[in-house]
Design a protein around this ligand. Structure first.
Ligand code: S3P
Length: 464
């Protein structure tokens, strides 16, 4: 394992383009794979998660080529045209890749085997296998409905009407991708709206997707056995990745950065709403659309933040942003409460626990109250001076490095590798903005950081 450490540096400045959106990248590859003809993708995220999806689709018989950085070509096989995989589909760390692809293959009449890393093998798959069984697929899972698992796809798919028991875009999308090869119409009803990238992407390729109101819930209906046609897809920059330099710029005094081309889909951009409530200075300009997705340029200036109370209903619209939001709250004045975070326990790590432990190690007072997280901010930088276990979780890794850029003492993470799943080049990109992030290989390193911090009273950052 190789670690990184972050410490206070000067103000961050400049313009930077963060990598392509992870959710949309998976969907562009999968939709292109079952369209007829050629799909060309630009700005594809080349993180490990998305590469696993591309590789798995290759094993399923789809020709996918990388033509230049971010530029990919997919030769689609048409709806129902995937072939039985002769190898295990190893989805690495990616819940999205695993769950959406399980949906796609479940209505193909062959057997597929899925596996993943230690993090993915801990995550619940029953939420996906249950509705897919109703559509006719069978599964042999490890105890507790976990990976590795086998999917026995059905040759007689049944369309369903399914009410999501948890607010999950992955579950919704697994059903929609399964429904592509089922006859008739399949409907997913979601009590809380979740990210609608699948709906937008499928429409972009020619699917009929209707969204209606079902007694206050959002009902998504897709017409099955449709013909999808290969398209050009430009992927917006990932708001969930942009969140890290964005919060860093808010926290490091004197900073001002520009983040162009960020996806600002209203069902993803809950973080921007929340930071605005905290008093963050974030301006949007040049609103436009890319492949059916809203995009804007963001300009961020360092800001004195105040505490916020985030309602549970907003959680699905910013579910991946709680680790970095909790870091922002640690610098804000007052007690922040983030409500209804049960789903955070089943992400790449138990993020509720990992955030609470890490902040505590950094000298921040936190509480977990049921499914709520409370962060007691003082309006001043926290102490920092800790070595954080990233637990195979990219967002925990990046969130605590951002904390270290503005805390009194440096912060180290034990393992930087997970960052490559979603944000390859994170360290270099942050460095180009002026952040001081460097390798920190083993535990003795942090001891020396701690003793140096104790000697010098580092980071030396002023805060007003
Ligand atoms: C995603 C949905 C969310 C999110 C994940 C990506 C997607 O997961 O946390 O990073 O692309 O559909 P859930 O559906 O489990 O909430």
């Amino acid at each position: 394992m190789s670690g990184l450490r972050a410490r206070a540096s000067g103000a961050l400045s400049g313009q930077t383009r963060v990598p392509g959106d992870k959710s949309i990248s998976h969907r562009a590859l999968m939709t292109g794979a079952v369209a007829i003809g050629t799909t060309t993708i630009s700005g594809l995220l080349e993180g490990d998660d998305v590469r696993r999806t591309a590789a798995a689709l290759g094993v399923l018989g789809v020709v996918i080529e990388r033509r230049a950085p971010g530029e990919w070509r997919v030769e689609g096989v048409g709806v129902g045209g995937l072939g039985e995989p002769a190898a295990v589909l190893d989805m690495g760390n990616s819940g999205t890749g695993a769950r959406l692809l399980m949906g796609l293959v479940s209505t193909h009449p062959f057997v597929s085997h899925f596996t993943g890393d230690a993090s993915l093998a801990r995550r619940p798959m029953g939420r996906v296998t249950e509705p897919l069984q109703r559509m006719g697929a069978e599964f042999i899972t490890r105890t507790g409905g976990r990976l590795p698992l086998a999917v026995i796809g059905t040759d007689m798919p049944v369309p369903i009407v399914y009410r999501l028991p948890v607010a999950s875009a992955q579950v919704k999308s697994a059903i929609l991708y399964a429904a592509l090869n089922a006859p008739g119409e399949t409907t997913v009803i979601e009590p809380e709206p979740t990210r609608d990238h699948s709906e937008r992407m499928l429409r972009h390729f020619g699917a009929t997707v209707r969204v209606t109101d079902a007694e206050g819930a959002r009902a998504v209906t897709i017409g099955g056995q449709c013909e999808l046609v290969g398209k050009a897809v430009a992927i917006p920059a990932d708001i969930s990745s942009a969140a890290f330099p964005l919060v860093a710029a808010l926290l490091v005094e004197g900073s001002e950065i520009a983040l162009p081309g960020i996806g600002v889909n209203p069902l993803r951009a809950g973080l921007l709403e929340t930071l605005a409530e905290m008093g963050a200075d974030i301006a949007r300009a040049n609103a436009r659309e890319l492949a059916g997705e809203p995009v804007a340029d963001l300009r961020v200036r360092a800001s004195a933040l105040r505490a916020v109370d985030v309602p549970a209903a907003r959680a699905p619209r910013m579910i991946d942003e709680y680790p970095i939001l909790a870091v922002a709250a640690a610098f804000a004045r007052g007690t922040s409460r983030f409500r209804g975070l049960a789903e955070l326990r089943v992400k790449e790590s138990d993020r509720l626990g990992a955030v609470a432990r890490g902040l505590t190690q950094c000298g921040v007072k936190v509480e977990i109250d049921g499914d709520d997280l409370l962060v007691h901010g003082t309006g001043r930088p926290p102490r920092g001076g800790a070595r954080i276990a990233t637990e195979l979780d990219h967002r925990i890794a990046m969130a605590f490095l951002v904390l270290g850029l503005a805390s009194e003492q440096p912060v180290a993470i034990d393992d930087a590798q997970p960052i490559d799943t979603s944000f390859p080049g994170f360290g270099a990109l942050m460095g180009a903005l002026g952040a001081d992030i460097a390798p920190a290989d083993d535990p003795p390193m942090i001891e020396s950081i701690e003793s140096r911090a104790a000697e010098t009273g580092a980071g030396g950052q002023k805060w007003s």
